[in-house]
Write a protein that binds this ligand. Structure first.
Ligand code: NAD
Length: 481
């Protein structure tokens, strides 16, 4: 008897319900047996006054089904609620975001004929999307970029395992390690370490801005790109444009506890309810879901039917066909259903999927590290010039184990010495030990006490540590050894 899979269905906002309904219809017509549990998240839930945008009954359903097909969710911009999308990804630790794009015959782009087939493997829960933000002073906002060794290792191993199962030969790792040496640099370092376990796959690092440039100039050189969360978010919108736009870009969010399948695009509110948009990205996300559930035959059938539909210029949606010859979302869906079974399934369609648990058992962990506190960066709110602040702080650490090494503003050293930096009221004051001996917490409290006594307002403190004898903190621009 055919297996029925239980899947949580989140129709989503804007164009979400239309593209999700199209996907459900096609999956049913392809013969896969799915029992859908419809739940909600996003705008409608924010309106009910649930600040996370994800109600408990949706969380309970996902815990039960471990598999979600989801429409896009609208996110309030700027101040206010957090993204319900990011909340879902983080709640279920779906650390791997897989975003494949491949060329469609019949969809003319400047790259047609180059057989583009690129997969973005994006870290999905860390980085600036950890969402740890603080206003430091009324004029300075700060967002913490959290990159962890286990987080890097998980996504990078996932990328290599993915490349292996999909018979890919090359992986690029795109980072900004040249500027952010400890965060993006850690990602690069772990990539170089993990790549040694996969000698058959060519591993190459590329600076992310050059990656964007190369993706536009010569995208056919890329097969798999593994990258940090924000880089991947931006680059994957770019790769979708190479093959026809966001209407063609599906994605999977994979973790140990759940997998969430959704189009890369958002809720495109101005097209909602107009029967105009392209449901391909959602349908292909459904295809990725079917493969995840082991329904390879239905998955291959749908993918082939979608491709065949695009080959016919009379059965294309408005994003590609324009206003004069486009068909609507519903008509496109019916056409895909008609084409099911008519299209020849690509012989090379691989049945192998990555086993997340296997990836997690391969993690090597963090090497033992000797750490030593060398001082502290004390961040102050202060209205005045670098000279004013330097004058006040120059002797604050007299007769202690630390000395004021420098003051920086927006990352550039402004004291001692001349500066052209345009300063704001947020200052990093670097205090470092005088004799190479470890600085205790007590010594840092004492220093903070002295600073408070001077009527200065400190806003946060970072310890300066050496790891295995090397500084584990960045220098200010213009700071000498
Ligand atoms: P968007 O992806 O919704 O739309 C940008 C443009 O892309 C549209 O105006 C349209 O021209 C085109 N487009 C998108 N999907 C299309 C489709 N299926 N067919 C044809 N054209 C399509 O991006 P946005 O306008 O920046 O965001 C709108 C809302 O969606 C925001 O609230 C945003 O936070 C949210 N969003 C959600 C997700 C998600 O749920 N995963 C992802 C991105 C954005």
């Amino acid at each position: 008897m055919k297996k029925t899979h239980l899947v949580t269905l989140i129709p989503g906002d804007g164009i979400g319900p239309e593209v999700i309904a199209a996907t459900q219809k096609i999956i049913a017509a392809a013969g896969a047996s799915i029992e859908w549990e419809t739940r909600h998240a996003g705008a409608s839930v924010f309106k009910q006054g649930i600040p996370s945008g994800v109600p408990q009954e949706t969380i309970d359903s996902i815990n039960r089904t471990k598999c979600v097909l989801k429409g896009p969710l609208e996110t309030p911009v700027g101040f206010g609620e957090k993204s319900a999308n990011v909340t879902l990804r983080k709640l279920f630790e779906t650390f791997a975001n897989i975003r494949p794009v491949s060329e469609y015959k019949g969809v003319a782009t400047p790259y047609s004929g180059r057989n583009l087939d690129i997969v973005m493997v994006r870290e999905n829960v860390e980085d600036l999307y950890a969402g740890i933000e603080h206003m430091q002073t009324p004029e300075v906002a700060q967002c913490l970029k959290i990159i962890t060794r286990p987080g890097c290792e998980k996504i990078i191993r996932y990328a290599f395992e993915y490349a292996r199962t999909q018979k890919k030969k090359k992986i690029h790792c795109a980072t900004k390690a040249n500027i952010m040496k400890f965060t993006e640099g850690l990602f690069k370092k772990v990539f170089e370490e993990v790549s040694k376990d996969y000698p058959e796959i060519e591993a190459q690092h590329i600076i992310v801005d050059n990656c964007a440039h190369q993706l536009v100039k010569k995208p056919e050189q890329f097969e798999v790109i593994v990258t940090t969360n924000m880089n991947g978010d931006i680059l994957s919108d770019l790769t979708s444009a190479l093959i026809g736009g966001l209407g063609f870009a599906p994605s999977a969010n994979i973790g140990e506890h759940a997998a969430i399948f959704e189009a890369v695009h958002g809720s495109a509110p101005k097209y909602a309810g107009k029967d105009q948009i392209n449901p391909t990205a959602a349908i292909l996300s459904g295809v990725m879901m079917l493969k995840h559930l082991g329904e390879f035959e239905a998955a291959a059938k749908i993918e082939a039917a979608v491709r065949l539909t695009w080959e016919n210029e009379k059965t294309q949606t408005r994003d590609i066909a324009g206003d004069t010859r486009a068909i609507g979302t519903n008509a496109f869906t019916e056409e895909v259903i008609r084409n099911l079974g008519r299209a020849t399934v690509r012989a090379e369609a691989t049945k192998e999927t990555v086993d997340v648990r296997k990836v997690l058992t391969k993690l090597t962990g963090t090497p033992k590290t000797h750490t030593q506190v060398q001082g502290a960066d004390i961040f102050l709110e202060f209205n005045g010039t670098p000279g004013d602040l330097g004058g006040i702080l120059e002797h604050v650490a007299d007769n202690t184990a630390m000395r004021l090494k420098m003051i920086s503003n927006r990352g550039t050293k402004v004291f001692p010495g001349e500066t052209h930096t345009s300063c704001v009221n947020h200052w990093r004051c670097r205090f470092i030990n005088r004799n190479g001996k470890e600085i205790s917490d007590r010594q840092i409290y004492d220093l903070l006490f002295r600073i408070t006594e001077l009527k200065l307002k400190w806003v946060h403190v970072e310890k300066l540590q050496d790891f295995d004898g090397k500084p584990a903190y960045s220098k200010a621009q213009g700071e000498d050894a």
